[in-house]
Every structure is written in C-alpha cells, then in structure tokens.
Design a protein around this ligand. Structure first.
Ligand SMILES: [Mg+2]
Length: 278
C-alpha cells in the first residue's frame, strides 16, 4: 500500500486534471480536503467498496455535504476501488455518472446522497447514524461540510438535534478554510469561533490541521475513540484552499474556476504522479 501522502498527491493531480479537462468545477476546496478524504478512505473507515451497498449496513459511512468538491470525492472513490479510475475522464460530461455535483440518479458507487444544495448533509448523516443505532450496527457515520456552508439555517437545526438525541456514533468535519465562493467567510457572514458554537450546542469539539497527514490520521483515530460516549463529535479542520498548488493556495478565486493549459502544467509540476494518471 503506498503512503497516504503519495495517494493524496495523485488525488490532487486527478482534481486539477478533471477540472481542466472540462474547464469547469471547483478545484480549491477539493485540493484543501485531499488529505482528509485520503486518510478517511484509505486508513480510517471500515468500508466495502465492492459490491457497493447503498444501505451501507455493517460498514462506516461518509456523506459529502459540500457537494461542489466532487472532484476530490470522485478521485478518492475511484482510487479506493468503488469504480474504474478511467471513468474520472468523464467528469462533468453529458451522461456521465460523475456529475458536477454528486447525484444518486446515476448510481455511481460510493454516492449515497445528492449534494450541492448546501446545508443538508448533516441532517442526512444524523439520520443514518440514528438508523445504525436502531439496527444495532456499531459502525460510525462521517460527514464533511464547508465553513461557508455553515451559513445555511438547516445546519443549526441539525447541530441542535444531534447532541439532544445523543447521536454519539457521528463524526462531522468542518473544512475551515476561511474561504467561500464570494470571498472570505469573515467578509461574507462572519462565522466567529466555529468550535465554540458547536461546543455550546453540546458537541465534543476537536481541532486539527487538515493538511498535515499525520495529524489528520491521529485526530480521526482520536475522534473514533470518542464515539459511544453520549456526544456527537465535531472536528474543526483548518485547511488551505488550493493546498498543494502554490498559485491557488489561500485564494477564494480558485473556489470555482478551472486552470488553463499553462496553469495545469504548472500545477502538475508540483504534484508527483504516484499511482498513475487516469
Ligand atoms: Mg470554505
């Protein structure tokens, strides 16, 4: 098994190549979350890529709530065996199973909810976690959310519900990159101290650097050890939008635009090909 950092480098190559290939998509948040999703699918989760089971009984589940970062999600799903890696070349094309925002209609293995309309994935994750409890299934439910996504009202309904109902088999992660499509989160809506907000709602809050693979793995392991103790768990994950490609790092402008040919070449020069390009 290649090192997680090597897998993440290939995932980042996939992201910029997919978005460049159709001149459309969201590279910034995808690059920032590449380490997290690599750790989750290649190390942390107990999951079964094949045959794909939509209900996900007796395995850990992951829900991507900020669906616009589909490039990183699709890359990690393909690289971990859910569907052929060659299919990444169909990203955002007509009749592709790899829609710009994940949908269930296309039956892409690994995708259990449509996402892209922001704010809904936490509610879904809570429902799945509760159903696991009812079914006596000891596995864990994970979800990922953007920090800009926290401006959606439904998030806070879910944030109140989970601690009240002691949904303690749930680990949500907030991608705290401080950026959203129209600017910094501070400029757009001023989220303040996100961790303090979840804590006061009754969550067990932990923090991590989402672009340090060792720290990501250690923090996710710690989060797993905190399940079953009466509280849902919230990880505040500090990341850099565009991480790994120097000219994209920290700029909200790269939230939703594609690199041109020259920028693609520059990006790929910074990201070693480790598993082989699709
Ligand atoms: Mg953000």
């Amino acid at each position: 098994m290649p090192q997680l950092q090597d897998i993440a480098s290939q995932v980042r190559r996939d992201i910029v190549r997919m978005v460049h290939g159709v001149q459309s998509g969201h590279p910034g948040g995808s690059l920032g979350c590449a380490d997290f999703l690599t750790a989750l699918y290649f190390k942390i989760m107990d999951h079964k890529p094949t045959p794909f089971d939509m209900d996900g009984k007796d395995q850990d589940l992951f829900f991507l709530s900020n669906g616009h970062i589909s490039p990183v999600f699709y890359s990690v799903l393909a690289r971990s065996g859910y569907f052929p890696v060659t299919e990444l070349s169909t990203f955002r094309k007509l009749n592709s199973r790899l829609q710009g925002h994940p949908t269930t209609h296309e039956h892409l293995p690994g995708v259990r909810i449509a996402s892209g309309s922001l704010g809904q994935g936490m509610s879904v994750a809570i429902g799945a976690a509760l159903s696991k409890k009812l079914n006596g299934d000891k596995h864990i439910v994970f979800s990922l959310h953007g920090d800009g996504e926290l401006e959606e009202g439904q998030i806070w309904e879910a944030a109140m519900f989970a601690p009240h109902h002691k949904v303690d088999n749930l680990i949500i992660t907030i991608d705290a990159n401080g950026q959203q499509i129209d600017g910094t989160t501070a400029d757009v809506a001023g989220l303040g101290d996100i961790g303090a907000k979840f804590e006061v709602f009754g969550w067990h809050v932990i923090h991590m650097d989402g672009n340090n693979m060792d720290e990501v793995v250690a923090t996710l392991e710690k989060a797993k050890s905190l399940t079953g103790q009466g509280k849902p768990i919230c990880i505040i994950m500090k990341t850099v939008m565009g991480e790994g490609v120097d000219f994209m790092e920290g700029h909200h402008e790269w939230h939703g635009i594609a690199p041109n040919d020259e920028q693609l070449a520059k990006a790929l020069a910074q990201l070693p090909e480790t598993l082989g390009d699709y």
